[in-house]
Write a protein that binds this ligand. Structure first.
Ligand code: PEP
Length: 251
């Protein structure tokens, strides 16, 4: 019922030539994949280049961020409508790097999410606790606030287009992955929150990705968990061979 989704977040990496090479390799080597949804999120400047490379392949395009206005005097910002125009189907919202480095709040993230949905695009909402929050038993409280405030004012119908990514901050780019059990526990808790905030149907049908040092050697165990519906991947999405192995996970 929930189609697995493997998404690569290229962060601030890859020149146009490098992005073109990686996209073309993924398009060629993943051409036969039907059972898994594949998404890549290059930097803004590489979006249209990558869009051209993946056009006739199952690989879809995402942006890493957006601003919650359509047009106007917002120097340096990019709107969901313009990202749709560039070929995006998904937009990553509220990545922990943006929460931490740019001070993004749950309220601001919620505004973006609503604009992404209004533009007819699909947000991937990132949530997750820091190490300090986990060690001081605040994890469940943090996840509850991020889910409730991040998804405020959304209906069950909107939720059909929303993907959630659980990314424990302590596992991002650190090589430390949550154990299969830790990840499953958090995912099951988040699914329970969706049931309370929306409906049991929304809880059952919403895809919850895991993110945090997903690599070829741990993807199979993570994907075998009942409530893990895919992965949001940083480091291992930058190398074609590794990302292809993640898409071709084995249960
Ligand atoms: C990410 O950027 O969302 C991420 C999970 O990075 P990494 O896979 O490198 O930990």
């Amino acid at each position: 019922m929930r189609k697995p989704l493997i998404a690569g977040n290229w962060k601030l990496h890859k020149t146009l030539n490098e992005a073109r090479d990686l996209a073309s390799s993924l398009a060629e080597n993943l051409a036969d994949v039907e059972a898994v949804e594949i998404v890549v999120a290059p930097v803004f400047t590489a979006l249209t280049t990558v869009a051209a490379e993946i056009k006739s392949s199952p690989v879809k395009l995402a942006a890493q961020n957006c601003y919650p206005e359509e047009t106007g005097a917002f120097t340096g910002e990019v709107s969901p409508l313009l990202l749709k125009d560039a070929g995006c189907e998904y937009i990553i919202i509220g990545h922990s790097e943006r929460r931490q480095l740019m001070g993004e709040t749950d309220h601001f993230i919620n505004q973006k999410l609503i604009k992404v949905l209004e533009a007819g695009l699909k947000p991937i909402l990132c949530i997750g606790e820091t190490l300090q929050e986990r060690e001081t038993d605040q994890m469940l409280e943090v996840l509850t606030t991020q889910v409730k405030d991040g998804l405020a004012n959304l209906s069950a119908t909107h939720m059909a287009n929303v993907v959630i990514a659980y990314e424990p901050v302590w596992a991002i780019g650190t090589g430390k992955t949550a154990s299969n059990e830790q990840a499953q526990e958090a995912h099951s808790f988040i699914r329970g929150l969706l049931q309370g905030v929306f409906t049991p149907e929304v809880a059952l049908s919403t895809r919850i990705l895991y993110g945090g040092s997903v690599k070829p050697n741990n993807v199979d165990g993570l994907m075998a968990q009942d409530d893990i519906d895919g992965a949001l991947v940083g480091g291992a999405s930058l190398k074609a061979e590794d990302f292809i192995r993640l898409v071709r996970f084995e249960k």
